[in-house]
Write a protein that binds this ligand. Structure first.
Ligand SMILES: [Mn+2]
Length: 401
């Protein structure tokens, strides 16, 4: 299975080497795994002598993809997302651009031979156990040029960041990458009672990978519209600096202040209630932070005393009509994030309440929205601005049935 993935990567690389222009556009996710993936690809294509345009995205929104695929003859790489939307990318591409998908989420096969879906999920590897986005990029990088083996520790940062462990330890391809970094003296593995801790030794200060990942997560999420991802890539490649520390502190202050103010509003009656759902709307009050913040905010308050433990919790945040570095895009959409209390979590696990993975996508589809990351206990989708109440009502209808 791994062999076939390697072969597929080799085929894609052969096509890259046959391109007349050495130019690449990289789109990568904004969490620690996505930033690590972006850093590995940046170094890899730099070394290969490519001119590069790199974009960090919170999600590969269809409105953005339509713009991306107006071009022809390009090399387009997606990292840490897009595995599942390979058929859609194939329809948009129609043989016109060489496209590579280096994701590790659940995937669907491409229908365009120019769209290479190199998601290990298609090759029998488990993206939530064996291999992260960063390790997928690392595998690809190594095949392109064995010199890229020196990026193994960055693969480990992403793997730890995604928190997929087996008995507290990295497994599969992620473990291979970590062991390579250990051999190079860039990583140390400390064993403890419940597994292992991974300490980065490649930079001036030794830092545990989990702390490094949390640092990247804040830069990418809270700093999304303020060049946080650029700083994240730099930190992955060169380590933390006083400058990156200052940016992190500034972002933490912005986040804490925004959350505190929103908690006060929710407590003071801005939480609307329907029979099964409680919901609120932050409009653009989390600006200039990214829309991942609405999910993080729901996580922060889901078990608070002022939240009804027996109702689903939903929060809305307006998606800015802009992708940093890419320019304006008229999304005119709002993001909804949903979470549940510990009590509801038990109910859903026991099968007595409907999981969010069914409830939210079903209601979203009826309104022509876009659903991406929906799990039983956490879910998020987007719908057009103005359809918020209809979406809540749609979910109530599903629950009444
Ligand atoms: Mn990932």
């Amino acid at each position: 299975m791994r062999k076939e993935l390697i072969r597929a990567m080799e085929n894609a690389i052969r096509e890259i080497k046959g391109l007349p222009n050495k130019e690449v556009q990289i789109f990568h996710h904004n969490d620690s795994d996505g930033l690590s993936s972006g850093a590995i690809l940046t170094k890899t294509f730099e070394r290969a002598g490519f001119k590069m345009n790199r974009f960090c995205l919170e999600k590969p929104y269809p409105a953005l993809l339509q713009k991306v695929y107006q071009q022809e003859g390009g090399l387009i790489v997606f990292a840490d997302f897009a595995g599942r939307i390979a058929p859609m990318l194939s329809d948009l591409n129609r043989g016109r651009n060489l496209t590579l998908i280096l994701d590790h989420h659940v995937a669907e096969a491409s229908t365009d031979p120019k769209v290479h879906n190199l998601d290990p999920d298609l090759y029998g590897l488990k993206g939530d156990r064996d291999i992260s986005g960063s390790t997928t990029c690392y595998l690809f990088a190594q095949i392109l040029d064995p010199a890229n083996q020196d990026l193994a520790h960055i693969a480990a940062i992403g793997a730890v960041g995604d928190e997929f462990f087996v008995d507290g330890c990295l497994a599969g391809e992620n473990r291979e990458a970590a062991m390579e970094a250990v051999n190079q003296g860039k990583l140390e593995i400390q064993k403890h009672e419940h597994g292992e801790r991974y300490i980065l030794k490649s930079f001036e200060a030794e830092t545990p990978c989990d702390e490094f990942g949390a640092y990247l997560d804040t830069l990418g999420a809270a700093g999304f519209y303020q060049k946080g991802p650029d700083m994240g890539i730099k930190v992955c490649l060169e380590g933390m600096t006083p400058e990156s520390d200052r940016m992190l502190e500034k972002l933490k202050i912005i986040q804490n202040k925004a959350f505190e103010e929103e908690i006060a509003r929710v407590k003071n009656g801005e939480l609307k209630k329907t029979p099964h759902i409680q919901w609120f709307h932050v409009q653009d009050r989390f600006s200039p932070m990214g829309v991942k913040m609405i999910g993080m905010f729901c996580d922060t308050i889901k078990n608070a005393a002022y939240i009804d433990p027996a109702r689903y919790l939903a929060g809305f945040q307006i998606i800015p009509n802009e992708i940093p570095g890419f320019g304006p895009i008229q999304f005119n959409d709002v993001k909804i994030s949903m979470r549940v209390s510990a009590h509801m979590e038990d109910e859903i696990r026991a099968g007595r309440k409907m999981g969010l993975d069914i409830l939210l996508p079903e209601a979203t589809h009826k309104l022509g929205g876009f659903s991406d990351a929906c799990h039983t206990l956490t879910a998020a989708t987007t719908v057009a601005i103005g359809k918020e109440e209809q979406l809540i009502e749609g979910m109530e209808q599903i629950l009444r049935k």
